[in-house]
Design a protein around this ligand. Structure first.
Ligand code: UD2
Length: 301
């Protein structure tokens, strides 16, 4: 993407900041972020920062004025927080998403949405294609599914170009904090030579996709003609949490023991993306293998 004016909501966050970094050299980039979890340190100097809440129509209007593309990454990403606070999280994850769509209509801008594998709940088949039944198991999944469907509908009803990207388990640099995902948790534990804590038997599997590949999917989504659709963003490979723990211990040369605790309530057993549609219609092909992604994380490169 080049010579465009773009808005990244949640641009100071984990995925958002990597996207901003990729866009900034060739585009005029604006970031709307409330810095509740994101950080200014992640942002290049030449981006315009609007500090504000995506739920605030005035802030959004200012941020979106004249843009060609909105990458909507702002969200409450903690699944457990959405379980504790379904209405509050709904305002950020769904109401704000609708506001983004309305603003995009005003500006005639394309919208690329961060959706989630959470829309599938317990997948009915593996790998799971976009056409599989959607039965979320958390408010988070319901909120992401609703916005994913609104995105499609806005293309249908108003001819607004929209794309929803259903992220699987994203990992990479800058992911940290209590809700940040198993890879960053295991890495911290391994580095400190503390026990690596597997929840449950460790036989559950996930499709871990490197944040640089998620950025690539967003860039493709910004130009594809195949709009009004949702695409899986994963790798197509699944790894068990037990194997993940061992690999992380190896790449960090850690002497951490691997221990098991109680399984997480409502945990999804297996999750993996069918990339047929994303490959065919977006030209999306993930490049970073889990092994090399983990190695570079461990080396800090
Ligand atoms: C991911 C997404 C979430 C949502 C969901 C949809 C992340 C960080 N979260 O949740 O936003 O899209 O998929 O289904 O990508 N585990 C351990 N030990 C730990 C931490 C986790 O064993 O210290 C296990 C956990 O029980 C689970 C697996 O690792 O089986 C992955 O956990 P996660 O929180 O990284 O991600 P997930 O798949 O629950």
């Amino acid at each position: 993407l080049c010579n465009r004016t773009v808005l990244v909501t949640g641009g100071a966050g984990f995925v958002g900041s990597h996207l901003v970094e990729a866009l900034a050299p060739d585009n005029e980039v604006r970031v709307l972020d409330d810095f509740s979890t994101g950080s200014r340190e992640h942002l290049p100097d030449d981006v315009t920062v609007i500090e504000g809440d995506v739920r605030d129509p005035i802030a959004l209007q200012e941020a979106a004025r004249g843009v060609d593309v909105i990458f909507h990454q702002a969200a409450v990403v903690s699944v457990s927080r959405t379980v504790d606070e379904p209405r509050r999280s709904n305002r950020t994850n769904l109401d704000a998403g609708l506001l983004v769509l309305e603003q995009a209509r005003q500006e005639d801008a394309r919208v690329v949405f961060a959706s989630s594998a959470a829309v599938y709940g317990h997948p009915s088949e593996l790998p799971v294609p976009e056409t599989a039944p959607t039965e979320p198991t958390s408010p988070y999944g319901v909120q992401k599914l609703a916005i994913d469907q609104y995105a499609r509908l806005y293309e249908d009803l108003y001819d607004l170009p929209t794309v929803a990207l259903r992220y699987f388990n994203v990992y990479g640099p800058r992911q940290r904090g209590p809700y940040s995902g198993v890879i960053s948790t295991f890495l911290e534990q391994a580095r400190a030579d503390e026990p690596i804590t597997i929840e449950g038997d460790g036989e559950q599997t996930r499709d871990f996709v490197h944040v640089s590949d998620v950025v690539m999917a967003n860039l493709r989504a910004a130009t594809t003609d195949e709009v009004g659709a949702a695409y899986n963003v994963g790798t197509g490979d699944r790894v068990s949490i037990e194997d993940l723990a061992k690999t992380i211990r190896d790449v960090t040369n850690s002497s951490s023991p691997i221990v098991h605790k109680d399984p997480r309530a409502g945990d999804i057993r297996h999750s993996g993306a069918d990339l047929t549609r994303a490959t065919r219609e977006l030209g999306f092909e993930p490049r970073v293998s889990l092994e090399s992604g983990l190695r570079s994380l461990a080396d800090g490169t």
